[in-house]
Design a protein around this ligand. Structure first.
Ligand code: SF4
Length: 367
């Protein structure tokens, strides 16, 4: 594996893929991207669906918040060295022959517990109060996520929710240290402004890297077979209804009419006019208003009943209602919570997938 290190100020603006004298170079943060999209970028096809200004603002806001995560980690006792934002250190790793992955690590550092990452996890899990010697520093990949994505990451673990970020951190570890060490994914919830971290053991980080580079082998083979030919396209990795295509800057070139097709999926046979939709919205608002007021009345009545029960010194009593006698009683409910950080540290991604399953449902929200 070839490892080089260099410094560059324009590294943040690099394209996701480009041809080099040695083959293809992929930006580390684009490791999970569609291979055809990477090919369009490398062959310098102009974007047919450039990102909306709002998406760019979201991206810039995420980048701007990264130093906030570093400050929060330091306050929690982490030793963190963030990248120099003007002159970030860039690392380049040969993933497969003819294909390199290049990027800039967000930060490096060590967990707060003495004894480093492994001991920190051990201490955290088993309360071991005999710390071992200080470990080497680790790559820290800093992410900002919206509330839903943050919850998903915490619940499923980074290898399931965002495997490309684990592969990215593993790449930096290889580039910086010449070996795949444990890596840390530190994530800020942009909604609640809370942060958390996940430590991925070296063997699992390396596995994520192997998966990512296995995918990229096909791109290197394609380049080997066709050279930098913009007409010879690799297979599509996604279909028009996938979010990857919906956000792809090359959607209209790759799948002309794809955006429209995806939008049509949920349409009913009978088109609904704007006027009818507006009437439905007004009706919805009126019903919502009535529900809110009824809910407030219900809460008030329940409070009165609770005071009545407390006054009697009982937990349950019978009372004549308007049509029948009813039981009024206190009910105890119990909630169980799972510490996903501990669960993720203890189990392999495959075992977690058997235990923490995911269901998706769709509903219409009016806000
Ligand atoms: S539109 Fe979809 S399949 Fe086509 S290049 Fe983009 S992500 Fe890949």
């Amino acid at each position: 594996m070839t490892i080089t290190a260099r410094t560059s100020s324009d590294v943040f603006n690099r394209p996701a893929a480009r041809f080099t004298a040695a083959g293809i170079d992929i930006r580390a943060s684009a490791l999970g991207q569609c291979r055809r999209a990477l090919w369009y970028t490398a062959t310098e096809q102009p974007a047919t669906n450039p990102p909306e200004p709002d998406s760019l603002t979201l991206l810039e806001a995420g980048n701007a918040l990264e130093p906030v995560v570093v400050h929060a980690m330091r306050r929690s006792g982490w030793s963190v060295t963030p990248a120099d934002r003007d002159e970030p250190m860039s690392v380049s790793v040969e993933a497969v022959p003819g294909l390199t992955v290049t990027g800039h690590p967000d930060a490096t550092g060590c967990p707060p517990a003495e004894g480093g990452a492994a001991a920190a996890v051990e201490q955290f899990l088993f309360g071991d109060d005999e710390p071992s010697a200080q470990t080497d520093e680790l790559v820290i990949e800093v992410k900002t996520r919206g509330p839903e994505a943050f919850k998903r990451w915490r619940t499923l673990g980074a290898e399931r929710s965002h495997p490309e970020s684990v592969a990215q951190a593993a790449c930096y570890s290889l580039g910086l240290y010449g070996e795949c060490r444990d890596v840390v994914i530190a994530t800020l919830d942009t909604g609640s402004r809370t942060w958390d971290h996940e430590l991925i053991p070296a063997a699992r980080a390396e596995h994520a890297w192997r998966n990512a580079t296995g995918r990229l082998q096909a791109l290197a083979d394609h380049h080997e077979a066709f050279g930098p030919d913009p007409e010879a396209l690799p297979e599509r990795d996604f279909t028009a209804s996938d979010w990857q295509c919906q956000r792809c800057p090359h959607l209209n070139r790759c799948q002309p009419g794809g955006a429209g097709e995806a939008e049509d999926d949920g349409e009913s046979a009978e088109p609904v006019s704007d006027e009818t939709a507006r009437a439905a919205l007004c009706e919805y608002e009126q019903v919502q208003g009535r529900i809110k007021s009824l809910e407030a009345d219900k809460r008030g009545a329940l409070k009165t009943l609770q005071h009545w029960l407390q006054g009697k010194g009982e937990r349950k009593a019978r009372l004549e209602g308007s049509a029948k006698q009813r039981t009024v009683g206190m009910v105890q409910s119990r909630r169980y919570s799972v510490d996903h950080t501990r669960l993720n540290a203890l189990l392999e991604p495959g075992q977690r997938a058997e235990i923490v399953t995911e269901q998706t449902s769709e509903y219409l929200r009016v806000s």
